[in-house]
Design a protein around this ligand. Structure first.
Ligand code: BTN
Length: 315
């Protein structure tokens, strides 16, 4: 975790990491977190105020209740080394993540219960009422700048892996997560580069979790609530962060994983790029995330654009 993540978040993260493992005395907590005994007591009080049940046993402190959602709740049991900056309401988690990233923070997830100015791809509005999972992960992978698109695909793979398998989430190129053709989630990545290398990377992920899809604009969106009933947002946010973190660490694994979850490959598609419209069959995806489309005029490699799945032409 980077030193510019606020100290308060870092020490809470370390404390919760230690408590996830099992009981710990206040001396053990102080040693493991680098905090003084009184700072440990303050953190434990703050966790209790946030809804944690913390009990003192003969072997030390144990957590016997965890709040439903929130910064500490997401950190408790989280296997990725990420601190969570949680807000009940924020304009956009990506915008806040950018502020933290430019200040030097890495390995932090900005999470909001509600966004009032959520942004989607191509600067579209992203409606983000309470109940969704709206988060932006700030990472600092050591990779060339030209790798940037692969991390967008990673976000979509992470979501498709994180949602309960029963919904059979699929990915529309490049990064829309669909259920039966309806949009469940989207990914917006932002990067800064220095000398041809990635400086920081923000993977912004929006999942329509416990929201009513009739409150959302767009082409027939869906939500996990509509598909399955209310889901555990804490587990969903944790799994999304963990999968994204893991994939960002192993970029060579992203494309194979994306292909197995793809809904686009083998379909007739219409791609709107800034310059043209391309219609044909989507036949492959290549590093760092371009779509290969077989058109009547030959194969085209498309790096970016809006993709629409078309009905196949009858033989
Ligand atoms: C898209 O499909 O257009 C991408 C949508 C990305 C939305 C998420 S919600 C969390 C993060 N904060 C934002 O403002 N946008 C992303």
């Amino acid at each position: 975790m980077d030193s510019s993540v606020p100290d308060r978040l870092q020490s809470r993260r370390r404390l919760l990491e230690r408590l996830t493992v099992g009981p710990a005395t206040s001396t053990e907590l102080a040693e493991g977190s680098g905090l003084s005994q009184s700072a440990v007591d303050e953190q434990l009080d703050a966790l209790e105020r946030a809804g944690f049940g913390i009990r003192e046993t003969a072997r030390g402190y144990v957590v016997d209740a965890c709040p439903e959602y929130g910064g500490g709740a997401i950190e408790y049991g989280l296997s990725a080394p990420v601190a969570v900056a949680y807000h009940n309401q924020l304009g956009s988690t990506n915008a806040r993540a950018r502020e933290l990233a430019t200040g030097g923070a890495r390995d932090v997830a900005v999470v909001a219960d509600e966004q009032t100015g959520g942004r989607g791809r191509r600067d579209r509005e992203w409606t983000s009422p309470q109940g969704g999972v709206w988060l932006s992960l700030v990472l600092g992978p050591a990779a060339p700048a030209r790798y940037a698109p692969i991390y967008t695909l990673a976000g979509a793979v992470a979501v498709a892996r994180a949602v309960p398998a029963v919904v059979d989430a699929r990915i529309k190129w490049p990064n829309d997560v669909l259920v039966d053709g309806r949009k469940l989630a989207g990914v917006l990545t932002e990067t800064a580069t220095t000398g041809g290398e990635l400086d920081w990377l923000i993977v912004g992920i929006g999942i329509n979790a416990n929201v009513d899809p009739t409150d959302l604009p767009g082409d027939d969106p869906t939500s996990l609530q509509a598909e399955l009933g209310t889901v555990d947002r804490r587990r969903l946010a944790q799994a999304t962060i963990e999968h994204t973190y893991e994939l960002a660490d192993t970029p060579e694994e992203i494309l194979p994983a994306w292909r197995t979850l793809a809904d686009t490959l083998g379909r007739r598609v219409r791609i709107e790029t800034d310059a043209e419209t391309i219609v044909g069959e989507a036949v492959e995806v290549t590093f760092p995330g371009s779509l290969i489309v077989e058109t009547p005029d030959g194969r085209r490699t498309v790096a970016a654009g809006d993709c629409e799945h078309l009905r196949s032409v009858p033989e």
